[in-house]
Design a protein around this ligand. Structure first.
Ligand code: HEC
Length: 129
C-alpha cells in the first residue's frame, strides 16, 4: 500500500515537473517552421543544416551524414564535450553565435523562452506530433 501511494505521488511529482519544465511539442512544431528551411527533424535527411532527428542528447557536430559539412567550430565543440541536452540547446537557440562561436548556422536565435522550450519539446517528442 505504502509503495503504491508513494509511486503515485512520484508519478504526480514527475509529471508536474515535466509539465512545468517541458514545453508543448505541438506548439513547438509551429516554432520549428522557422528552422524547417534548413533542418528536418522527422527524418534523417540533411538540408543546409544537419537533420535534427534525435538531436536531444546528441553530441554537437556528430550527425554522421553531415560529417563533411559541419564547421570546424561545431566539431570542436562536440570534441570538447558539448552535448545537446536541454540546457545547452536552450542557450544555443537563444544565441547560436555566443554558444558556439564561429559556427555556421545563419540564424539569429529565438527570443522567446516559451518558443525555445516548445521547440525543444518538439525535438524530443517521438513520434513527433
Ligand atoms: C539558415 C539555415 C538555418 C536555420 C534557419 C536554422 N539552422 Fe540550425 N543549423 C544550421 C547549420 C548550417 C548548422 C550547422 C552549423 C555548423 O556546423 O557550424 C546548424 C546546426 C544546428 C544545431 C546543431 C546540430 C548538431 O548536429 O550539432 C542545432 C541543434 C540546430 N541547428 C537547431 C536549429 C533550430 C531548432 C532552428 C530553428 C529555431 C535552427 N537550427 C534554424 C542552419 C540553420
Amino acid at each position: 500500500m505504502f509503495r503504491a501511494v508513494s509511486s503515485a505521488a512520484l508519478f504526480l511529482l514527475a509529471s508536474g515537473l515535466a509539465a512545468h519544465a517541458g514545453g508543448d511539442a505541438a506548439l513547438g512544431k509551429k516554432v520549428f517552421n522557422r528552422c524547417i528551411a534548413c533542418h528536418e527533424a522527422e527524418t534523417e535527411r540533411d538540408k543546409v543544416g544537419p537533420h535534427l532527428l534525435g538531436v536531444v542528447g546528441r553530441k554537437a557536430g556528430s550527425a554522421e551524414s553531415f560529417a563533411g559539412h559541419y564547421s570546424q567550430a561545431m566539431k570542436d565543440a562536440g570534441a570538447a564535450g558539448l552535448v545537446w541536452d536541454e540546457a545547452n540547446l536552450t542557450e544555443y537557440l537563444k544565441a547560436p553565435k555566443q554558444k558556439v562561436p564561429g559556427n555556421r548556422m545563419a540564424f539569429t536565435g529565438l527570443t522567446s523562452d516559451e518558443d525555445i522550450a516548445n521547440v525543444i519539446a518538439y525535438l524530443k517528442a517521438d513520434p513527433k506530433p
